[in-house]
Design a protein around this ligand. Structure first.
Ligand SMILES: Nc1ncnc2c1ncn2[C@@H]1O[C@H](COP(=O)(O)OP(=O)(O)OP(=O)(O)O)[C@@H](O)[C@H]1O
Length: 256
């Protein structure tokens, strides 16, 4: 069943302590694309991506990833299909960067890395500008450097789907741009990306598909030019937003 079909979310709701966090969500995410999940604080973006990634258990409804039902598929199998990066804690502080990244190969090598695993780790370290930092402990890194190490660990899993919750946190603009370009290259190689983004210009510049959430619902979805419009964004964020155009893509302005 794997290798086709994208991600399907059917009738997924979520409640915490009696409060509804997600209204019934129905969503089909295309494979082979970069999909940006946008929306204001508290909209339910993290809740939804964590349910898809099976970090949190589904309360109702169904999620399939490339045809695999996340509720029923063994973890070892799902780990070959999707990799998730969420907001991380400092729990890994006494690991060196290279060791952390190597953990990403676990689904492939189960703790016994071969030449292919070691080569993948070195490539990921290079791709995320981490080679000079590879022997440092995680708690000796800046916030953005630590973020890049976690990204490298996620990407080195070489899964068909990458699920990233706010991966641009702490990244300077050059590393943020490099990450989006890297994700676009992976997309061009046939991989699929779901990425929670707050910076709408990164969504405009790099996403193929945009899903906008508010108050636990999907407010709009479609191509960037369909979703990133003045009326839609002003409604989404309850704030006036101007949308211009740059190189044929929406340019979102809200500075003044
Ligand atoms: N453990 C929890 N207990 C109670 N409410 C929670 C809990 N976790 C999340 N929520 C609530 O669920 C709602 C959705 O949160 P979620 O983190 O999914 O939003 P988000 O769109 O990712 O927001 P942000 O942009 O701020 O990261 C929020 O109103 C939040 O307060």
């Amino acid at each position: 069943m794997s290798g086709s079909g994208g991600i399907d979310v059917r009738g997924v709701t979520h409640r915490i302590h009696g409060t509804t966090i997600l209204q019934p969500i129905d969503l089909s995410l295309p494979s082979g694309k970069v999909t940006a999940l946008i929306g204001p604080n508290g909209a339910g973006k993290s809740t939804l991506i964590r349910l898809i990634a099976r970090i949190d258990p589904l309360q109702t409804g169904e999620v399939t990833v490339n045809g695999l039902d996340v509720r029923q598929t063994p973890s070892a199998r799902l780990a070959l299909e999707m990799a998730f990066m969420g907001q991380h804690s400092g729990l890994v502080s006494r690991l060196r960067v290279r060791e952390l990244v190597a953990f990403g190969r676990w689904p492939h090598c189960h703790g016994r890395p071969g030449p292919k695993d070691r080569a993948a780790v070195e490539k990921a370290l290079a791709d995320f500008d981490l080679l000079p930092l590879a022997d440092r402990f995680m708690d000796e890194l800046s916030g953005g450097q630590a973020q890049r190490a976690h990204l490298a660990m996620t990407v080195v899993q070489e899964t068909p789907w990458l699920l990233l919750d706010e991966p641009l946190n702490n990244l300077d603009l050059a590393h943020a741009r490099a990450l989006m370009a890297h994700l676009a290259r992976l997309r061009d190689e046939g991989r699929s990306v779901l990425i929670v983004l707050h910076d709408l210009n990164f969504a405009s510049g790099w996403a193929d598909h945009v899903v906008a959430m508010k108050d636990g619902r999907i407010l709009a979805e479609g191509a960037p030019a369909e979703v990133l419009t003045e009326p839609r964004l002003s409604e989404l964020y309850d704030t006036p937003i101007t949308v211009g155009s740059y190189q044929g893509r929406p340019l979102i302005l809200h500075h003044l």
